[in-house]
Write a protein that binds this ligand. Structure first.
Ligand SMILES: [Zn+2]
Ligand SMILES: [Zn+2]
Ligand SMILES: [Zn+2]
Length: 113
């Protein structure tokens, strides 16, 4: 059920969002454990919002072995939704530096707001 929510959701989901969706069916500790095991298995990526909360988004354009998370995330100030933006960002790093994680955040208003 948690995987299904992540797959069908267009926006990133926090533990609290999931808890609200699933109600009393699943307890907090289970949600936390399941989300982190998806993260370790490379099914989802983790986003730390500018509100300090963790969000999880389904990896749509990743394969099992190669993850590309060089995209910005957008947080809507009105509806609170966090989305993965489709644009891939290139960051020019000094020679011999390697990117593993990229954490870029844009806040503003989404198309619906
Ligand atoms: Zn990924
Ligand atoms: Zn919005
Ligand atoms: Zn993302």
């Amino acid at each position: 059920m948690i995987l299904e929510s992540l797959k069908t959701s267009k926006s990133a989901i926090s533990q609290d969002n999931l808890q609200a969706q699933l109600g009393d069916l699943v307890d907090r500790a289970t949600i936390y454990r399941v989300l982190n095991s998806f993260y370790e298995d490379g099914v989802v990526h983790k986003i730390v919002g500018d509100d300090g909360k963790q969000y999880f988004a389904y990896c749509r354009n990743c394969s099992e072995k190669s993850h590309h998370h060089n995209h910005f995330h957008f947080r809507c100030l009105n509806c609170g939704k966090i989305e993965c933006l489709p644009n891939e960002m290139e960051v020019n790093l000094p020679e011999k530096y390697r990117t593993i994680n990229f954490n870029g955040f844009i806040s503003g208003y989404c198309s619906l707001c």
